[in-house]
Design a protein around this ligand. Structure first.
Ligand SMILES: Nc1ncnc2c1ncn2[C@@H]1O[C@H](COP(=O)(O)OP(=O)(O)OP(=O)(O)O)[C@@H](O)[C@H]1O
Length: 225
């Protein structure tokens, strides 16, 4: 199926076996995210938001239904093909930044670009551009431990966008920051995603942040409503 969507989910399902009991977390999720579209994924704690993002992130198996990424059927892809699909299409931002602690801010944004074959010089130009746009032009050579929480999360945003992904997956990207910082970093994140022309699927509990996106979908009882 190729309907032009960056990601198409059809009848996506996932259940977990726990202590002899089956928990059906996703029970037939259908979703299309179009190029450049920024979609908020809302739902109560435990509703399956992270599970849905894991499916789209192609890091884990065990899902039923189909996942089509930029026109390619990812549900039947083998591990090597999934790695290629991730590399060519996806950027990730998590609640906790997962930056490399021994590398500086700019190196954290350079490294993923070198992994896809850019020269260090090319990657450095792009890293400086992104970090500058996020107000971190004066923090390029700080290591993560020398940055504030908001600054660390901005570096994580720059890293996610470094390879111009078609789709950014974000799981509570500012969830560990205080409200004021969270709002600010979140606005910068959304603005930068828009400028870069990427699509995004952003899981959050936060209705206020969700209202700043193009579309809101809600997970309840394993389905999108
Ligand atoms: N590996 C696992 N084994 C068993 N149950 C799991 C596993 N992973 C997730 N679950 C269950 O699936 C449900 C959905 O979890 P998930 O993390 O996707 O929810 P969420 O909406 O992201 O929640 P939160 O907003 O609290 O992060 C939860 O009830 C959780 O306990």
């Amino acid at each position: 199926m190729n309907n032009g969507a960056v990601i198409s989910l059809r009848n996506l399902s996932r259940s977990f076996e726990q202590g002899g009991e089956t928990i059906e977390v996703l029970r037939g999720v259908d979703l299309d995210v179009m190029p450049g579209e920024i979609v908020a994924l809302l739902g109560q704690s435990g509703s399956g938001k992270s599970t849905l993002l894991q499916a789209v992130g192609l890091l884990e198996g065990g899902f039923g239904g189909s996942i089509t990424m930029a026109g390619t059927d990812a549900s039947t892809a083998d591990a090597a093909e999934r790695t290629t699909l991730r590399r060519d299409n996806l950027g990730f931002v998590y609640q906790f930044h997962h930056l490399l602690p021994d590398f500086t801010a700019i190196e954290n944004v350079i490294i993923p670009q070198m992994l896809v074959g850019k020269t260090r010089a090319e990657a450095a130009v792009r890293a400086e551009e992104l970090l500058g746009a996020l107000g971190l032009g004066h923090r390029l050579t700080h290591r993560p431990s020398q940055l504030s929480g908001g600054e660390q999360q901005r570096v994580a945003v720059a890293r996610a966008l470094a390879n111009s992904p078609k789709l950014v997956l974000a799981d509570e990207p500012t969830g560990n920051l205080d409200e004021k910082t969270s709002d600010r970093v979140f606005d910068e994140f959304i603005a930068l995603v828009r400028t870069q022309g990427s699509a995004a699927l952003v899981a959050t509990h936060n209705e206020r942040l969700a209202s700043r996106m193009d579309r809101v979908v809600r997970l309840a009882e394993g389905k999108l409503v």
